[in-house]
Design a protein around this ligand. Structure first.
Ligand SMILES: Cc1cc2nc3c(=O)[nH]c(=O)nc-3n(C[C@H](O)[C@H](O)[C@H](O)COP(=O)(O)OP(=O)(O)OC[C@H]3O[C@@H](n4cnc5c(N)ncnc54)[C@H](O)[C@@H]3O)c2cc1C
Length: 504
């Protein structure tokens, strides 16, 4: 039997259940489809493609070594699959279960409809702790843990290739008409790079993880940096979880136990968040708590949006983070939360527009983590604590020496250290602000207060709580200490002068 194995966000041969199954069934045609319509979406970018192209080249050589090099086709998935299945007498397709964006969800429905009428069997196999057609979150964590604890699937020893298939070239970003997207310090794609990161993280980089992850200065090295490789499936999440567990079993001492426990929590969050999008694909376009979608104007203020995206808001630490992201394709979790929170509260911008900007900028764009996190940091889920991060305080806390801010906002060279995060308070500000660097786009304190008042106003509405209960039922984690982010709303209000944290 000839079998087509359709690679999507699973660009590896190791721990690949669908590939292993295909190898058992007969001759295989390993395929990746470059879909031009996908690459025109507002949440895709040239940096995504560059990373993907490198991972594809790597996969092509791994599959080639097994005897069946990767086949590449550019076009609509249904047309490509239909043509290949007819030409090569293929009646069975295998792939992993993809939790992608709304577009890939729609495409998969079209492929499923085509397969039914064409008499082709399409089997999708899970590759992570995300459960398709999950009826309730009850018991989910146990099922997720069982998946990640199960033995990894070995790469096939060899593959028999379907004969006579033209391999097809990996297209350039220009051929896909992708807008220029310079990213001088982007991570390199390909499984070899992912494995090297896993190895160095578990051998030495990860020891200060817990204390170092929150600052962009130290997080760059102390975080695993595996996200882009996980997002494209160059590494399986199961192999990463098991490698970290094996390291913990060695009892490495020092700060390692805490570091590895925190890391494993994040790997669990990964599945927890992706499960939300799997269960409700509309999360990409609709707020979990519907009423929250009435908070901000749907059309974002273009001046504010541009300033935020360009790192030109006049808020130094925020601008430094946005410029760093543009140049590297990565930002640590705390700073992702802050840039999203400032966009949503202080600048009062709609989360869909700012979420798309960040999606394009993150080399590791993973829709299932991204959109639920974007909603959470924008305060539109109804079930998460609202955190109005203060960018000045974050600058002092996470960049105490000012080195990061100075590196990415060199226009502030003349500003003395005590005023770096609030240059408008410096008596010499006139020499810099409005000339070399913008005046602050908002008054941080007043903007945060206005946002807080608007959020509380919404909360007082009678129907608000009824809908919160529905969101909890659909998406909140159950009693599991790893998922402290989701919780039932509490009536108490806590504020602190510098940073507001509201349990809504
Ligand atoms: C607004 C916003 C958008 C985000 N968008 C993405 C995205 O598109 N893709 C993405 O991979 N992560 C996203 N994250 C989560 C997190 O910031 C990144 O996973 C992390 O910074 C990646 O760096 P790392 O691989 O070194 O992470 P590590 O700290 O080393 O964590 C290991 C892995 O755990 C997972 N993980 C870590 N933190 C989280 C989290 N908070 N929620 C879910 N999974 C997590 C990731 O797969 C990560 O690679 C987003 C966070 C926010 C606040």
């Amino acid at each position: 039997m000839n079998v087509l194995i359709w690679f999507k966000r699973d660009l590896r041969i190791h721990d690949h259940p669908a590939l292993a199954r295909a190898a058992e069934l007969g001759a295989v045609l390993p395929l990746y489809i470059v879909e031009p319509e996908y690459w025109q979406l507002p949440d895709t970018s040239a940096r995504h493609w560059a990373f993907t192209a490198e991972a594809l080249a790597d996969l092509r050589s791994s599959l080639g070594a097994l005897g069946a090099p990767l086949i590449l086709r550019v076009g609509d998935a249904v047309s490509v699959l239909d043509r290949l299945c007819r030409q090569h007498h293929i009646a069975r397709i295998l792939s992993h279960e993809e939790t992608g964006n709304l577009w890939t969800y729609g495409r998969d429905r079209r492929v499923a409809a085509w397969a039914r009428t064409a008499g082709v069997i399409w089997d999708e196999l899970p590759q992570q702790g995300v459960i398709r057609r999950l009826a309730s979150r009850n018991g989910w964590a146990g099922r997720r843990d069982a998946f990640t604890a199960a033995p990894q699937v070995a790469a096939p020893a060899a593959l028999r290739a379907v004969a006579g298939v033209e391999p097809g070239a990996i297209p350039s970003a220009r051929a896909l008409r992708l807008p220029d997207d310079p990213c001088a310090h982007r991570q390199a794609g390909g499984r070899g790079h992912g494995l090297a990161l896993l190895d160095s993280f578990l051998a030495h980089r990860g020891e200060p993880y817990r204390a170092a992850m929150s600052s962009p200065l130290t997080g760059e090295r102390a975080c695993s940096r595996l996200s882009a490789h996980l997002a494209l499936g160059a590494l399986s999440s199961r192999e990463v979880v098991q490698a970290a567990a094996a390291r913990a079993a060695e009892r490495p001492g020092g700060r390692w136990p805490g570091a590895l426990a925190s890391f494993q929590s994040r790997m669990a969050w990964r599945d927890h968040f992706i499960q939300k999008l799997e269960s409700e694909p509309q999360i990409e376009i609709r707020a979990l708590h519907r009423a929250a979608d009435r908070l901000r104007p749907l059309t974002p203020d273009p001046v504010r949006l541009h300033a935020w995206e360009a790192g030109e808001t006049g808020l130094p630490f925020l601008d430094a983070c946005m410029r760093y992201l543009r140049a590297t394709g990565w930002l640590n979790f705390r700073m992702r939360s802050m840039v999203m929170a400032v966009a949503s509260y202080h600048l009062w911008l709609d989360w869909r527009a700012t979420g798309a900007v960040l999606a394009r900028r993150f080399t590791d764009y993973e829709p299932g983590i991204h959109w639920p996190q974007v909603q959470m940091q924008a305060g539109v889920t109804g079930i998460n604590t609202i955190r109005i991060y203060n960018p000045v305080k974050q600058g002092h806390d996470q960049d105490p020496t000012g080195a990061f801010t100075r590196r990415w906002v060199p226009e502030l060279a003349a500003v003395p250290d005590p005023f770096l995060q609030e240059p408008w308070k410096w008596p010499g500000a006139r020499a810099v602000l409005g000339r070399l660097y913008p005046e602050p786009i908002v008054d941080v304190t007043a903007a945060a207060r206005a946002a807080r008042d608007a959020c509380w106003g919404l909360r007082k509405e009678r129907t608000y709580r009824e809908e919160v209960a529905e969101v909890i039922e659909r998406h909140a984690s159950r009693a599991d200490p790893r998922f402290v982010n989701d919780r039932s709303p509490r009536p108490k209000r806590r504020t602190d002068a510098a940073q507001m944290s509201l349990d809504l």
